[in-house]
Ligand binder design. Structure first.
Ligand code: SF4
Ligand code: ZN
Length: 303
């Protein structure tokens, strides 16, 4: 098959569009989509200090590569990298190594923080101690640390690697769990309740499906950790939701985009309701919390 835009060999057929892409045109197309997501939603503006949450996986590595390419010659925007080492032997240690060498290659300032140093234990320790639930605990602690460290590093934005599939899974799971208020978290720049200690989250890859994100990393020889986290089986609902969405997309190509757009249309109504809720600060650690004691401090006191 030939590329639909030049005589070169195609590496990808986008079914919902009916176009074939060679490596060059595929790369250009993804770059254009990400630029559009960043530009039209004003994700990054003059004077921003953008901290990229880099796990070493394909999505956050693409964010690193793309944002660096977009802003490396722009002196009014600073890109820095935060990597969290949760302590998962044979998985995260390898990803952190890849992340370090990639940041060095791109000349980016990187800050690595570990669960061991910050909380006194690793996720491996947790898995020995707890029967289940360590994946959720790990995610909670990582989000807490990312926000805290980004703020301490004076970042104005925190960029994550969430792709279209992640967003669709969250949308569907929130519906299935009756947790519609959580829809405020979807979209390229979720408007969470204002709190001086929250760093604004941005998701530059929100319009890129997971399979295209993976191909983009391969085509552009971006180093990433290809392995799945050994603990990710811990969340069966997400796994089943992923399979279900992929099956739907097989028979109705492009359906992930329409699900995402539907949720974006509902979101403003939910945001209004959400704004009325109050968020204060945790009495123990001072981080944002809707309860007197935040979830992380509560958890740490029980471990
Ligand atoms: Fe942590 Fe779960 Fe992610 Fe593994 S899959 S790194 S346990 S949040
Ligand atoms: Zn081409």
């Amino acid at each position: 098959m030939k590329c639909s835009f030049c005589p070169k060999e195609s590496v990808y057929f986008r079914r919902y569009e009916g176009h074939n892409y060679c490596e060059k045109h595929f790369t250009r197309n993804i770059e254009k989509k990400v630029k559009r997501a960043v530009g039209s939603n004003k994700l990054i503006e003059k004077g921003d200090r953008v901290a990229i949450a880099h796990s070493g996986g394909k999505d956050s590595s693409n964010v690193l590569f793309l944002l660096n390419r977009m802003f490396e010659t722009n002196p009014s925007i600073k890109i820095l990298v935060i990597t969290i080492d949760e302590g998962i032997k044979g998985y995260r240690d390898k990803a952190v190594e890849k992340s370090e060498s990639f940041c060095k290659k791109l000349g980016l300032e990187q800050h690595i923080f570990s669960f061991k140093k910050e909380f006194g234990f690793t996720v491996d320790d947790l898995s020995n101690k707890m029967k289940s639930g360590y994946c959720g605990t790990c995610g909670l602690l990582r989000r807490y640390l990312l926000n805290k460290k980004a703020r301490e590093l004076k970042a104005t934005k925190l960029a994550t690697g969430h792709n279209l599939d992640d967003e669709c899974q969250s949308i569907l799971m929130n519906f299935l769990k009756g947790d519609l208020l959580r829809l405020v978290r979807i979209g390229p720049m979720p408007h969470l309740t204002k709190h001086p200690k929250f760093v604004l989250r941005i998701k530059p890859l929100v319009l890129i499906p997971e399979s295209e994100s993976e191909l983009f990393a391969k085509v552009n020889k971006i180093p990433f950790q290809p392995k799945k986290c050994p603990y990710s089986v811990d969340n069966p609902l997400r796994g089943e939701t992923r399979k279900f969405l992929n099956r739907l997309d097989d028979t109705s190509p492009g359906i992930k985009y329409s699900l995402y757009e539907s949720a974006c249309k509902i979101k403003p109504f939910i945001t209004e309701k959400f704004k009325k809720g109050k968020i204060g600060s945790c009495k123990k650690c001072g981080e944002p919390s809707s309860q007197e004691i935040c979830k992380v401090c509560d958890l740490l006191s029980k471990l």
